[in-house]
Design a protein around this ligand. Structure first.
Ligand code: ATP
Ligand code: MG
Length: 380
């Protein structure tokens, strides 16, 4: 049963109906599948396109019973209830597996897995109780104290320079499990999206170079401005990690580019399509969402080839007017080389991801410049 390909018009289920669920739904519907989305938000971005929106909490048994009727189920986020995943796995095909999702939920486990795969992380120490902080912790200073679970967009992180600051930061986090990570000599950040059905069927997208503003991803450019060697190494590392986890699905691997030698260090993984892979819709032979559909259906990943240099720019709620008025869409919509994606979210809040656009160009520097220019004029 596990190996029989699932074909249209089968019904596919997804936990979570945010923008990732929305782009998954569009991809699946385009291929002729039906889609059921579970999300407690009545305005969930994916609901507009889904055949069925189960508007209920993620642990609602009646909703999970319905989702279990789907031919296969996937997820758009990692903080999904492990019991819900286990329940679904008893009734239908679930990818990625609950075990793989659990690894990504906890930075302590995640780093242990990365090292087990023979890959580097920043030097780190788990800090779960006050006694874990000792003179030996000085080795990881200056560093960042990150909560082990539930961090995103730089939330749940405190920078510390001394042991005293470390103690205060641990107390500030409320004594929850943390990871103390040594600051590395960051020269850049990249991510690789790997698509894996099994050991014979694996594809990686070209690494994306990520540019953050205020702790939130602002631009991703592809190809990354790194040597071909380093890029190849990044793809191999992502693949090795997916193999080590016997991963089934789409996995994003974030890496730091460290020092003059551009050594690659794995930061974290996301068991799903990733913000830095949104360009794949407009600039690659297949998108990361098409890959998610294919793999959950037991089909091999499609060609990941990059068809054009590009820049993805996030559109945050910040560019809406204080009175809720729309941004200045005309320049962007008039540009023949840019593609707008809006997520249909009702309220534009500061820092909220409302959409993105992808600008294509002959080379990546031009793509970045054009995207920055178009982004600047969004705000009236
Ligand atoms: P996101 O949701 O954007 O992935 P996050 O909350 O999961 O963010 P991290 O990815 O761990 O947090 O870190 C956020 C940013 O902080 C990184 O993108 C990087 O710029 C910086 N950073 C994190 N760890 C280190 C480190 N060890 N050395 C230097 N810079 C770091
Ligand atoms: Mg991160």
């Amino acid at each position: 049963m596990q190996n029989t390909p699932i074909l249209p018009p089968a019904n596919l289920g997804i936990l979570g109906g945010g923008q990732l669920g929305r782009m998954f739904t569009v991809a699946a519907k385009t291929m002729g599948y039906r889609v059921t989305v579970l999300d407690p938000d009545p305005n969930a971005p994916a609901a507009e396109f889904a055949n069925r929106h189960l508007c209920a909490p993620f642990d609602d048994q009646a909703a999970l019973d319905e989702l279990a009727e789907c031919a296969a189920v996937t997820t758009e986020f990692e903080n999904v209830n492990a019991d819900a995943m286990r329940f679904l796995a008893r009734h239908t095909r679930v990818s990625p597996s609950g075990d793989c999702v659990a690894v990504a939920q906890n930075r302590i486990q995640e780093k242990a897995w990365i090292r087990k795969a023979g890959l580097q992380t920043a030097p780190y120490q788990a800090v779960c109780k006050p006694e874990d902080i000792s003179d030996a912790s000085a080795e990881f200073l200056p560093g960042i104290l990150k909560t082990a679970t539930l961090g995103y967009d730089g939330k749940g992180q405190i920078r510390v320079k001394t042991l005293a600051e470390l103690q205060t930061a641990f107390a500030e986090h409320g004594g929850v499990d943390c990871v103390l990570e040594k600051m590395v000599d960051l020269r850049g950040e990249i991510s690789v999206v790997v698509c894996r059905l099994n050991s014979e069927n694996v594809q990686t997208f070209d690494p994306a170079e990520n540019i953050h503003e205020n702790g939130i991803l602002a631009y991703s450019i592809v190809p990354a401005r790194l040597s071909a060697d380093v890029q190849q190494q990044a793809r191999e590392m992502a693949r090795r990690l997916a193999d080590e986890l016997d991963y089934v699905g789409v996995l994003a691997v974030e890496m730091f580019v460290v020092g003059d030698t551009h050594e690659l260090v794995v930061n974290e993984i996301a068991p799903r399509p990733h913000n830095s892979g949104h360009h794949t819709i407009d600039a690659c032979a297949a998108s990361q969402f098409q890959q998610q559909v294919r793999i959950m259906c037991g089909l091999p990943p499609a060609d990941t080839r990059l068809l054009s240099a590009c820049c993805m720019a996030n559109i945050l709620g910040d560019v809406w007017g204080g009175d809720g008025s729309e941004p200045n869409w005309l320049p962007l919509q008039s540009d023949p080389h840019s593609h707008l994606h809006l997520y249909g979210k009702k309220a534009a809040r500061k820092g909220r991801k409302m959409g993105h656009f992808v600008t294509l160009a002959q080379d990546v520097d031009t793509a970045l410049q054009n995207a920055q220019r178009l982004h600047t004029v969004l705000k009236k």
